[in-house]
Design a protein around this ligand. Structure first.
Ligand code: PEP
Length: 258
C-alpha cells in the first residue's frame, strides 16, 4: 500500500458556537496524544465565526490539529455580501478547505463549475482543498454512481497540475449516508474510492493517483472507522455528526487501536 498518512477531518457544519468550540477542543486535546498525531493528520472545520477562536486555542495550547473551513468564495474580494474570501482564511492559518460538500451542492446550488473555481482559489491562496463527490440513492440503485462521482472529480481537478492533485484531498461521500446513520459497506466505499483513484490516474498520471488522499464520509463512527480505513484506497474520513462529540471523534482518530 502507498505511504499515505490518513487524514481525519471533523466537519462541524452549522454547530458549536465559539464557546462550545473551545470546550470541545479542550476535551479533545486530552484524549489525543503525540502518538496519535504521528500516524494520523487531524483537522477540524468549525463555522466561520469560530475560526479565530479555534486557531488561537490550538496555537496557544500547541495542539497539532489543523484548522479547516467548510467553504469559501473563489474571488479575492469584492461585492459578495455574506461570503468569505480564501485569503481571509489563509490569514487565520486555515490549512484545509472543504469544497463541493453535497450540502453545498444540493442546498445552495453549487455546480461543478463553481466547485472547480473554488478548488483553484483554495490552491492559489496556499491552502489544501478537500474536494467532495458523491451520488444519491437513486444513482446508486441505477448503477450511476461511477459516472456521477468520476464526473465531479473530472470537473474539480481538470485545471490542476498533477502536483496539485497529488497534494490535495478527495472525499467520497454517498449522499444517502450523510447524517442518516447509514454507512456504505467497506467494500462499497473501497470500490468507489478505487474508481476515483483510477480516474485521477487517467487524468493526471500514476504519481498523482498514488499520492492523493481519498477520504470516505457518511456516518463514520468509532464502531465502523477501523474497517473503512483499512481499505487500500481509503486514506481518511470526513466526519460530520460524530465529530461533535470529542470522545467519539478521538476514538475515530485512534481507529488503529480498535
Ligand atoms: C459530512 O458532513 O461530511 C458527513 C459525512 O456527515 P455525517 O458523518 O454526519 O454523515
Amino acid at each position: 500500500m502507498a505511504d499515505r498518512k490518513p487524514l481525519i477531518s471533523g466537519n462541524w457544519k452549522m454547530n458549536l458556537n465559539h464557546f462550545e468550540a473551545t470546550a470541545t477542543l479542550d476535551k479533545l486535546r486530552y484524549l489525543l496524544s503525540k502518538d496519535d498525531y504521528e500516524v494520523v493528520d487531524v483537522s477540524v472545520h468549525p463555522p466561520f465565526t469560530d475560526i479565530r477562536t479555534v486557531q488561537t486555542f490550538l496555537e496557544s495550547e500547541k495542539v497539532p490539529i489543523a484548522v479547516g473551513a467548510q467553504n469559501c468564495h473563489w474571488e479575492a474580494n469584492g461585492a459578495y455580501t455574506g461570503e468569505i474570501a480564501p485569503g481571509m482564511l489563509f490569514k487565520l492559518n486555515v490549512s484545509y478547505v472543504i469544497v463541493g460538500h453535497s450540502e453545498r451542492r444540493e442546498l445552495f446550488g453549487e455546480d461543478d463549475i463553481v466547485v472547480a473555481q473554488k478548488v483553484k482559489a483554495v490552491f492559489e491562496n496556499g491552502m489544501t482543498p478537500i474536494l467532495c463527490c458523491g451520488g444519491t440513492l437513486e444513482e446508486r440503485e441505477g448503477e450511476a454512481t461511477r459516472g456521477k462521482v468520476t464526473g465531479q472529480i473530472h470537473a474539480g481537478i481538470e485545471a490542476l497540475t498533477p502536483e496539485q492533485v497529488a497534494s490535495m484531498v478527495l472525499a467520497y461521500e454517498p449522499i444517502w449516508a450523510i447524517g442518516t446513520g447509514r454507512t456504505a459497506s467497506a467494500e462499497d466505499a473501497q470500490q468507489v474510492c478505487s474508481w476515483i483513484r483510477a480516474k485521477v490516474k487517467d487524468m493526471k498520471g500514476a504519481d498523482a493517483a498514488k499520492a492523493v488522499r481519498i477520504q470516505y464520509g457518511g456516518s463514520v463512527k468509532a464502531g465502523n472507522a477501523a474497517e473503512l480505513l483499512s481499505q487500500p484506497d481509503i486514506d481518511g474520513a470526513l466526519v460530520g455528526g460524530a465529530a461533535l462529540d470529542p470522545e467519539e471523534f478521538a476514538r475515530i482518530v485512534q481507529f488503529r487501536l480498535s
